[in-house]
Design a protein around this ligand. Structure first.
Ligand code: GDP
Length: 584
């Protein structure tokens, strides 16, 4: 009897190979025979998977699994009556350059529990401060729109959003986007009207714009708290945190501590000597050193537990951001983690999740149709993407995918966290891919290999510069646009010379105006007798002229490639042709 296996409506080739217990190359080879080029990480749809399984002669029946809902939602835990209060988790969002980083820095500097002197330059994805004896956790969500995915996850983790609006710039697209995210996730908003020290600052206008977007501030009778601050002069920051706490108090935030610890991974990266490190937010329970945790398809024994400023700690309760050392592999950003009883259980759950997670990836896009529809008219740009941390990689890949159109596709043949490796170069070699790196390096030997093999490696530190580069490459692949503009028409009244290569004739301009040089077609009784000739000169009397108006007489000479027998009464239609490189 056929084995029945549940698969989602899209599945990666690698995951399908896992399920079928065949080498992934078997599947890639079979798909290739059918004219479909895929890589291990590419998704195919349910139908293709079914056909593939049939074609390979497996006694397996695939069953479509129910779709998963991936929309941003606040994680809701069932609380017991023993639940205790927990600190609020706050994200700072807003338009680029409105001062998110500056506000986060100012808040961190105001930390009454911080002992270290000196400026804060190091980027951390989360930190906790103590304010008048109360703890507040802040998530640092990068600003550029490319990080939409990350911000969305941010909203999922968050109790309160500080919406930063620059008083001299007002509400902008990313401000609106942040408002939408917060609303979608059911998160309270506290507005920080920033840069009030600046000339041209107009807090009243910002308040007006907020009202227009259904955020009526308290002083105008609404319930939105808006604080005027200057991150630069560090004014209003204390009040801002007070207000965040006040808003959070209304929410009565609680968590259980007598349950196995769980939370979400908010960043993951590799560190030399320490291996995979995850920054995570504990949401329930108390995470302790030496416990076993599972996250997605990987697990860890918590070898080292640290606060996000690098201090070793033994345990961390709800709303604490922590760094965890000990993962076998990099956990995925946005994945939940949970403490389990021992290593054996951790291993088991992780390996089961390996198959499951690979088969329940985000299925919203119809990537396969895209692959299946890849015919010759679709031009592809092959790239490999490397990034420093999983979060930026996810965001990058998401952003790059939005560049796809009916005409152009970006085919990400490989992606990963970490520096550019020899393997990446080898992979690029077979497909002619460009390697893009975001906040990663390349060793000199790999660089030399790439140069030898003429593989382009482009490293960027700024995300939108990387995205712009890809756009530019895509633009180069766009077929140019041909613009033909009609100029005017001449009716032939006399023919003076016809040779194999040249015709000289004369006539009257009956439409538009003539110009030279120009292109022309010759028509007789509506039929084309010469498709394209080159008009070299126009003459009025003995004088050459550049332009002849409608109603005037002129002489006209054109070059041809074969003899054209022009007659009296023929029409010569002049036009220009411009070839324009299109932009995306
Ligand atoms: P982000 O892109 O939202 O993170 O914005 P940044 O924090 O990087 O700030 C963008 C620019 O605005 C930087 O040049 C900051 O120095 C400046 N800036 C931020 N806050 C203030 C402020 O309160 N007053 C003034 N005058 N400039 C500010």
């Amino acid at each position: 009897m056929a084995r029945t296996i549940e698969v989602p409506d899209q599945i990666t080739v690698g995951a399908l190979a896992d399920i079928l217990e065949v080498p992934v190359t078997t599947l890639i080879g079979e798909l290739f025979k059918g004219g479909v080029m895929v890589t291990v990480n590419e998704k195919i749809d349910f139908d293709t998977a079914s056909i593939l399984v049939g074609e390979l002669g497996f006694d397996v029946e695939l069953k479509a699994a129910a779709k998963t809902d991936n929309s941003a939602k606040k994680v809701a835990y069932k609380l017991s009556d023993k639940a205790v209060s927990r600190p609020p988790v706050v994200a700072v969002m807003g338009h680029v350059d409105h001062g998110k980083t500056s506000i986060l820095d100012a808040i961190r500097a105001s930390d009454t529990a911080a002992h270290e002197a000196g400026g804060i330059t190091q980027h951390i994805s989360a930190y906790q401060i103590s304010h008048n004896g109360r703890l507040v956790t802040f998530l640092d969500t990068p600003g550029h729109e490319a990080f939409a995915a990350l911000r969305e996850h941010g909203a999922m983790l968050t109790d309160v959003v500080i919406l930063v609006v620059a008083a001299d710039d007002g509400i902008k697209p990313q401000t609106l986007e942040a408002i939408r995210f917060a609303r979608k996730a059911g998160v309270k908003i506290v507005v920080a009207i920033n840069k009030i020290d600046k000339e041209g600052a107009n807090p009243a206008l910002v308040k007006q714009q907020l009202a227009e977007n259904d955020l009526l501030i308290e002083e105008w009778g609404g319930d939105t708290v808006a604080i005027e601050v200057s991150a630069k002069q560090k004014t209003g920051i204390d009040k801002l945190i007070d207000m965040v706490l006040l808003v959070a108090d209304v929410e009565d935030l609680k968590a259980d501590i007598d349950v196995p610890a769980q939370g979400l991974v908010i960043e993951a990266h590799m560190e030399t000597g320490r291996g995979a490190i995850a920054t995570a937010l504990v949401q329930q329970g108390v995470l302790k050193k030496n416990l076993f945790i599972v996250s997605g398809s990987t697990y860890a024994k918590v070898k080292v537990l640290e606060s996000t400023d690098g201090k070793a700690i033994n345990e961390a309760g709800p709303s604490s951001p922590v760094q965890i050392v000990g993962f076998k592999q990099l956990p995925e950003f946005g994945d939940a983690f949970k403490v389990v009883k021992d290593e054996k259980t951790a291993k088991e759950i992780a390996s089961k999740a390996k198959i499951k997670s690979a088969t329940s990836l985000d299925m919203t896009s119809t990537e396969l149709t895209r692959i299946m529809n890849r015919r010759s008219e679709v031009t592809e740009l092959y790239i490999i993407v490397k990034a420093d941390v999983q979060g930026s990689l996810t965001s990058l890949v998401d952003s790059i995918k939005t560049f796809d159109s009916d005409e152009l596709n970006v085919n990400i043949i490989g992606s990963g966290v970490g520096s550019v490796t020899e393997n990446d170069v080898r992979m690029a070699q077979t497909s002619g891919a460009i390697i893009y790196g975001f906040q990663v390096g390349i060793s000199s030997s790999v660089r030399a290999l790439a140069q030898r093999e003429k593989i382009e490696v482009r490293l960027y530190r700024v995300i939108y510069e990387l995205l712009d580069d890809i756009k530019e490459e895509l633009t180069k692949l766009l077929s140019p646009e041909v613009i033909e503009t009609e100029l005017g028409r001449l009716v032939v009244k006399g023919v003076f010379k016809i040779s194999k290569t040249e015709v000289i004739c004369g006539g009257e301009v009956t439409k538009g105006k003539l110009q030279a040089p120009a292109l022309a077609r010759v028509k007789r009784d509506g039929e084309i007798i010469a498709k394209e000739v080159v008009v070299e000169a126009l003459k009025q009397g003995p004088q050459e002229t550049k332009e002849v108006q409608e109603g005037e007489m002129c002489g006209l000479s054109f070059k041809t490639e074969s003899r054209v027998e022009v007659h009296e009464g023929d029409h010569i239609e002049l036009f220009t042709r411009e070839i324009k490189q299109r932009t995306l």
